[in-house]
Ligand binder design. Structure first.
Ligand code: 5GP
Ligand code: ZN
Length: 123
């Protein structure tokens, strides 16, 4: 599966490159974070690697440091956004059953509300 520095058909690549607007709250050489356009909770931030990788299925062992850093950035943002103590969820949707709609890996940092488990209807 290809990985690209920039996919011109990808909305998150465009956000990372500031070709479409977003409310960015984090930016470094490999990772960006911005508020979700359709938040499902008081805090809903997307934490994304800058490299275009379509899904979790496309990760390799070489990506371990990048993915680890993504989680560290997410927990720092949770503190910055005031949800570290109350708690939060940091999750990745993968593929059809996972509910993925944007095919550039991203973690959802969600908080400010008490969440249930499991995240799908019973029965
Ligand atoms: P997925 O369903 O792929 O896990 O999550 C994609 C997320 O990206 C959704 O929560 C959706 O609201 C968000 N999203 C889609 N397009 C845009 C956009 O143009 N800007 C921002 N900030 N978020 C977007
Ligand atoms: Zn992309």
């Amino acid at each position: 599966m290809p990985r690209l520095d920039y996919d011109e058909t990808c909305v998150f690549c465009k956000i990372i490159a500031d070709k479409i607007p977003s409310k960015k709250i984090y930016n470094d050489d490999t990772i960006a974070a911005f508020h979700d356009i359709a938040p499902v909770a008081p805090v809903h931030v997307l934490v994304v690697p800058k490299v275009h990788i379509e899904t979790l299925n496309d990760l390799s062992a070489d990506d371990a440091a990048l993915v680890g850093k993504l989680i560290v950035v997410a927990k720092d943002l949770a503190k910055q956004l005031g949800i570290a103590e109350s708690g939060y969820r940091f999750g990745f949707n993968c593929g059809r059953d996972g509910g993925q709609t944007v095919f550039h890996i991203h973690g959802h940092l969600i908080g400010g509300v008490s969440m249930g488990w499991p995240p799908f209807p019973k029965g």
